[in-house]
Design a protein around this ligand. Structure first.
Ligand SMILES: Cc1cc2nc3c(=O)[nH]c(=O)nc-3n(C[C@H](O)[C@H](O)[C@H](O)COP(=O)(O)OP(=O)(O)OC[C@H]3O[C@@H](n4cnc5c(N)ncnc54)[C@H](O)[C@@H]3O)c2cc1C
Length: 291
């Protein structure tokens, strides 16, 4: 089937051409075509069309864990951020993939539903959080997922959370796209949820830097912390171009101004080599470097 990007405009999608800064690291070249479905129906229609046309595409949420190349990006980027509805029904939250984790957490706090407190401060969409099995302070989103709706090669299916193979910072959905999910929360009170949330917010503030970052660059190896290993390898403050290893938490790379994706990648590579040299541990990327 011949591909015509304008066809998607008739399918509940907004098209933006030559967009910059889709990564939270604020680096990367222009993206030729970004498709923003405004509903799940629009998202499924766009994915079906791209699939039928055999186009190269990639899905992103809020871009807080992805790095785009510095050159023009020609794959179609499907950004879910505008398919952002969620509804609360008893202890269940049904969220479209583009719903903001922060917005859901704020609503849960207001009405006294507990579950997301540890994840406060992760700037994710629900789809991105589920795809990454995002987590913090010993908890992760997978523990809350009652069911997840997926698009896979032209088909839509639902999986129960208990049947998903949740891994540490990742899930293999076989190339499937998360359309939405039901999160199972626990009844509590607004005060309790607020107090617990504040505890984790403070912890995050004490240990993590502010600024332009993608969060943790590497996964923690079994029984150790990537930040501790990077610090012990003497890499705190090390910089390549505008990318610098945070003095506050060594597993964060900050864009101190004008950093390119190439700076990020070169610095991360140097950190990885140095940790390997000093400790024999081969750190694994948590950040997704798009090609
Ligand atoms: C300040 C800061 C703090 C952070 N703290 C944490 C933390 O405490 N814990 C943590 O785990 N992470 C943390 N992160 C990293 C990041 O926020 C998480 O990985 C988050 O889950 C990414 O969500 P996103 O919507 O931005 O996804 P994106 O960055 O847009 O995408 C991430 C990956 O998910 C895929 N994806 C996105 N949406 C979908 C979908 N609908 N279906 C299938 N695949 C999809 C993308 O293709 C990509 O591979 C932090 C990042 C920042 C900037």
């Amino acid at each position: 089937m011949d591909f015509n990007i304008d066809r998607l405009k008739r399918q509940e999608c907004i098209i933006v051409q030559n967009q910059k800064n889709m990564s939270a690291f604020k680096s990367g070249g222009r993206i030729e075509n970004v498709v923003y479905p405004t509903s799940i129906r629009g998202l499924v229609g766009a994915l079906d069309y791209l699939y039928l046309c055999g186009k190269d595409w990639v899905v992103v949420g809020n871009g807080t864990n992805v790095l785009f190349p510095d050159t023009k990006y020609r794959k179609i980027v499907v950004c879910t951020k505008k398919a952002s509805k969620f509804v609360v029904d008893g202890n269940l939250v049904y969220a479209s993939c583009g719903a903001s984790l922060g917005a859901i957490a704020a609503e849960c706090k207001r009405i006294g539903l507990s579950g997301l407190e540890r994840l406060h401060g992760i700037p994710a969409t629900i789809g991105g959080a589920i795809a990454m099995n995002a987590g913090a302070f010993g908890g992760s989103i997978g523990e809350l997922v009652y069911s997840v709706d997926l698009w896979q090669e032209g088909h839509v299916k639902t999986m129960l959370g208990k049947d998903v193979d949740w891994q540490y910072r990742g899930v293999d959905f076989g190339g499937g796209v998360v359309l939405g999910a039901q999160l199972q929360m626990t009844r509590s009170t607004p005060v309790d949820v607020t107090v617990r949330g504040k505890y984790y917010d403070n912890k995050r503030e004490r240990t993590q830097p502010k600024g332009v970052t993608l969060g943790s660059v590497f996964k923690n190896p079994d029984g150790d912390s990537a930040g501790r290993l990077i610090e012990s390898a003497g890499m705190k403050g090390y910089a390549v171009g505008g990318a610098v290893v945070s003095e506050k938490h060594a597993n964060f790379i900050l864009n101190s101004g004008g950093a390119t994706s190439e700076d990020f990648v070169a610095l991360a590579k140097k950190v990885k080599e140095q940790v390997d040299k000093c400790t024999g541990i081969d750190l694994e990327y948590e950040v997704r470097i798009l090609k």
